[in-house]
Structures are given as structure tokens and as C-alpha cells.
Write a protein that binds this ligand. Structure first.
Ligand SMILES: Cc1ncc(COP(=O)(O)O)c(C=O)c1O
Length: 364
């Protein structure tokens, strides 16, 4: 099968073939859980490995869809905000398209994500308090909207509120899921909510062709330190809840402002999905279990959906035989500092050749 978004051409903003930029994004593996699913009492749990996209996250689908549009319009400059993954994706696709890329990065973004952007040639700036404090965050968005208009440059922030053309690329995750599995439940991690909304819109647009004949239920999972959507959805509110400060340490999900939140609440409810709130500790625990029980190297944000599913399974909201997909949204390589900080991994002994047998033998 061709590995690009353009398999779903009728569902994307049209871009002439000569302007498309593809790096082999999309068509990511869907693997069946070997150990965690059975432990949670689920017989049909799958992981969608978005960490295996070219720059290590699902944001490549966004960048692939939007970079072609920029190229077709002859844009020379792209300005964007990022917690890390959108920036890395845009930096790579802009590099391939020959477009200058300037990225405004959230305060405290993991260094490997920033270095990845810089190696692709992007210019990076970090603004103090951006992504943590809601006032600073909305000031940054407002100011960048003004600058991008003045310079006639696009501002592809990965949310429908800013860039619905790029988000249509993200919807292809759901098309692939429906084509391959026709899942009953899809669990998605949320910061600003764009990804979850892409799943919900994708399910509604494409869902009736699925195996069950019904679109999947899309669930929104958030860490409790950035609960702008999940509790609102769960408790029957009509809109999201802005928070003054994001306190989660999960990189990528620190978005205290309401970007796509209200629409996520509305669309997930239409589909019959729910909101699930998890602690950072549950997320890190699931990150470790993904690695040690499934062989999947995820960044913390990529383990959030599974942490939410564990809660839903425990409370009986998901049935044993239902098909469930958790989105693993980004690679563990993106955030090695959290691996150092949150897991007690052993020191590696340095030994002589003749000492090896004793050590290996004693562990066997
Ligand atoms: C790895 C990862 N997962 C999930 C998300 C959540 O996306 P959204 O802000 O669209 O809810 C992000 C956003 O940056 C991310 O980087």
C-alpha cells in the first residue's frame, strides 16, 4: 500500500500532485495488544502506532496536508506554535518544501523535540509562560495572528480553531482505523482537543462505511493537570472549562486555553464517547507498561489514551469483547528527559569480558 496521506485524496483539501510533500507519513501499524488488554479484561485492544510516523508523531499528517497547500500557494514563510511535535513535523516538511519555518515553542518543551526542529533547519523561540499560563498563551496566539497577517504568512497551529485544512490530514487516522478494523471505541489523548476532534469528525464523515455500520465512539482522555475538556464531557456540560494554569508534566498536553474544546464536547457526545481524567502517575505507569509488556516505546502523551481506557475498563464503560483502539501519538525518543526523571532504571555495570558469564548466568 502507498504510504502517504493521499490515499484519502477525496477527503483532503485538494493539492496538485507536483506541490504535495510526502515523507512516508500515515498508514501506521495497528497492533493487537498481547498482554495489557487481557490484564484489563479486554479481548480486542489495539494500539495505533502513530509514533512510527517520519518525525515520530501523528503531527506529520497535519504537516503533510498543510505543507502541500503552502507550496501550492508559493508561501516562503511558515510561522507556528508548538509544544514540540507540531514543530518537528512542520520543520521537516518545510525543509523538504524549501519553506522558512519559524516556531514559537511552549515554555519547558523537552530539549530533544527542540533539537529535532533545529536540525531540520527551523528557527525556534521559546516564550516564558507560554503553554503554562492561560493569559500568556492567549497573548501569544493573538500576537502571532497579527504578525502572520502582516507578513502574509500562514499560522498552522494544529487545531481546527486555527488550521482546519491541516487538521483534515489528521482525520486520516480515523479513516485507516475504520478501513482496517471498524473499532467500537477510540481513545484519544487531548491537550487543545484538535486530535480528538479530528477523530470525531473523521468518524462522522467516514464512519458509516465501517464494519459495524456505526461510527466509532470517540473518547477524550486528559491528565488532571489540564482537564479542560474531559470532565466537562463526562459531567454533561456543554462547553469546555478554561484553567488559569496547566500543571501536568505531560509534554504536548499543556494547553490551558480552549482551542477546540467546546466542539470536542459536542462531537464526542454525539458519537456516544465519554471523557476520562487520569493522573500523571497513571500516565507514566502506562508508558512503562507499554514498553515492558507490549514493546512499544511511547512518549508520555502517547500513553494517556491507555491510562484513560484502564479507568473506563475498570468501571465497565467498555465491554470485554468490544474492539478498542488507543492512539499512541508520539515516540519515546521525543522525551528522553522524562524517561530519566520518572523511571528508576538500573545503572549499567561496566565489566570485563570474563565477568559476563557470571552476570548473565545469574539472571537466567
Ligand atoms: C504526542 C501528542 N499527543 C497528543 C497531543 C494532543 O493534541 P491536541 O492538542 O490536538 O489535543 C499532542 C499535541 O501536541 C501531542 O504532541
Amino acid at each position: 500500500m502507498s504510504t502517504s496521506l493521499w490515499t484519502y485524496e477525496p477527503y483532503l483539501v485538494p493539492v496538485e500532485p507536483a506541490s504535495r510533500v510526502t515523507l512516508g507519513e500515515g498508514h501506521t501499524p495497528l497492533v493487537r495488544s498481547k498482554r495489557i488488554g487481557p490484564e484489563l479484561g479486554l479481548g480486542n485492544l489495539y494500539f495505533k502506532l502513530e509514533n512510527l510516523n517520519p518525525t515520530g508523531s501523528y503531527k506529520d499528517r497535519f504537516a503533510a496536508a498543510f505543507s502541500g497547500i503552502m507550496r501550492q500557494k508559493g508561501q516562503r514563510l511558515c510561522i507556528a506554535t508548538s509544544s514540540g511535535n507540531t514543530g518537528a513535523a512542520l520543520a521537516a516538511y518545510c525543509a523538504a518544501a524549501g519553506i522558512r519555518c519559524v516556531l514559537v515553542i511552549v515554555d519547558g518543551a523537552p530539549l530533544p523535540k527542540v533539537r529535532q526542529m533545529q536540525l531540520y533547519g527551523a528557527e525556534t523561540i521559546s516564550v516564558r509562560g507560554f503553554g503554562k499560563d492561560s493569559k500568556v498563551t492567549s497573548d501569544v496566539f493573538w500576537e502571532l495572528s497579527r504578525i502572520s497577517k502582516r507578513l502574509d504568512a500562514p499560522l498552522p497551529v494544529s487545531a481546527y480553531a486555527f488550521c482546519s485544512e491541516g487538521m483534515q490530514g489528521v482525520q486520516t487516522i480515523m479513516y485507516e482505523l475504520i478501513d482496517e478494523l471498524g473499532p467500537v471505541h477510540v481513545f484519544s489523548p487531548a491537550g487543545g482537543g484538535g486530535l480528538t476532534l479530528a477523530m470525531a469528525y473523521g468518524a462522522q464523515l467516514y464512519g458509516r462505511g465501517g464494519a459495524t455500520g456505526l461510527p466509532p465512539k470517540v473518547h477524550c482522555v486528559q491528565p488532571e493537570g489540564n482537564d479542560t475538556i474531559a470532565s466537562a464531557l463526562r459531567s454533561g456540560l456543554d462547553t469546555g472549562t478554561a484553567i488559569p494554569r496547566s500543571t501536568t508534566s505531560v509534554s504536548g498536553l499543556q494547553v490551558p486555553n480552549l482551542l477546540d474544546a467546546d466542539e470536542v464536547v459536542r462531537q464526542c457526545r454525539i458519537l456516544g464517547g465519554n471523557g476520562h481524567v487520569v493522573t500523571d502517575t497513571e500516565v507514566f505507569d502506562m508508558q512503562k507498561r507499554l514498553a515492558q509488556q507490549e514493546g512499544i516505546f511511547s512518549e508520555p502523551a502517547g500513553a494517556v489514551a491507555l491510562a484513560g481506557l484502564a479507568r473506563a475498563a475498570a468501571s465497565g464503560e467498555v465491554g470485554r469483547d468490544e474492539k478498542v483502539v488507543c492512539l499512541v501519538t508520539g515516540s519515546g525518543f521525543k522525551d528522553m528527559s522524562s524517561v530519566e526523571r520518572y523511571f528508576e532504571l538500573p545503572e549499567m555495570p561496566v565489566v570485563e569480558t570474563e565477568d559476563m558469564e557470571d552476570i548473565i548466568g545469574s539472571n537466567g
